[in-house]
Design a protein around this ligand. Sequence first.
Ligand SMILES: C[S@@+](CC[C@H](N)C(=O)[O-])C[C@H]1O[C@@H](n2cnc3c(N)ncnc32)[C@H](O)[C@@H]1O
Length: 277
Amino acid sequence: MTVLASVTMGAEGTGLYDGAYARSSEELYAAIRREAFGKDIGQFSWLTVEEYATFADWLAIDAQSNVLEVACGTGGPALFLAGRTGCRVTGVDLHEAGVTAGSARAEELGLADRARFVQADARSPLPFDDASFDAVICIDAWNHFDGREAVLREWFRVLRPGGGLLFTDPTVVTGMLRREEIVARSGSMGEFVFTPAGVDEQLVGDADFVDIRVEDATPNMWEVPRRWRGAREQHRAELDEIEGREANEAFQDFLEVVETLARERRLSRIAILARRP
Ligand SMILES: C[S@@+](CC[C@H](N)C(=O)[O-])C[C@H]1O[C@@H](n2cnc3c(N)ncnc32)[C@H](O)[C@@H]1O
C-alpha cells in the first residue's frame, strides 16, 4: 500500500510532459498517471473515467441523487461524480489521510457544499441514518473486507428502498494461482480476501438485495497495469532515483502480476449491480 500510495498521489492535471530534467516528480507522476488511466481523476484502483461514467449511468445517478462512496481513497472519483452529475456525495475511507485529502480537494474544486468525506471502517456500523442514500458505490476495495455479511447489511440499511448498489471485486479467483502470485498480488496491503467465483453474488442475494447483475470488468485490470508499467518503464532511471531501485522494481513486479493474472483470467474483476427492494 505504501508503494502504491507513493506512486498514485500525483495531482490531477499538473504540468505537461516537457523533458526529464525540467520536470518535478509531481509532474512526472501526473504524466505517468495520464498514460495509465487516460484521464486522471485521482483514482487509486483499476478504474477509468469511462467505466465510472458507465457505473453512474447504471445507477441512474443525477443531480437529485445522494451517493455514498465506500473506501473512497483520496476522494477523486467521488468528486468527479459530483462534478459530472451534480449529485451530493459522501466518501468514507479507513484512512484519515484519504478523507483529509478528499475534503481539501472538495474545497479547491468548489464542491464542498455537495461533497463530504468521513473517516470510517466499512466493516463497522456506518455513521449514517437508515435509508439516507440513493446509491452506494465501492470500487476495488471489497477485497479488503472480511465479515462481508455485516458490510452488506450496512449498505442495505443506509440505502433507501429502491436505491442501487454497485461494487467491484478485483480478486475473484477464476483459475489456479501460485503462492508467490498470491503474495505478490496482496502483500503489504492490510486485510485482503480472495473470493471464489460466484460467492459475491450469493452474499448479495442473501443480504436481500434484488435485481442482481454481474458484469465482467476484468479488461481494465490488464489494460491499466499494462499502460502504467509501460509508462513507468520509460522513466525507470528517474523513478529509481525518486523511489529507490528496490521499491521501483517491486511496484513494477506488482503491476506485471496484476496484468498477467487478469489477462490469463486466473483472477477476475467483476462489477455487481443490485437494488434494495
Ligand atoms: C484500491 S483503493 C480504492 C480507492 C477508491 N475506491 C478508488 O477507486 O480510487 C482501496 C481503498 O480501500 C480503503 N479501505 C481498505 N479497507 C477499508 C475499510 N475496512 N474501510 C474503509 N476503507 C477501507 C483503503 O484505505 C483504500 O483507500
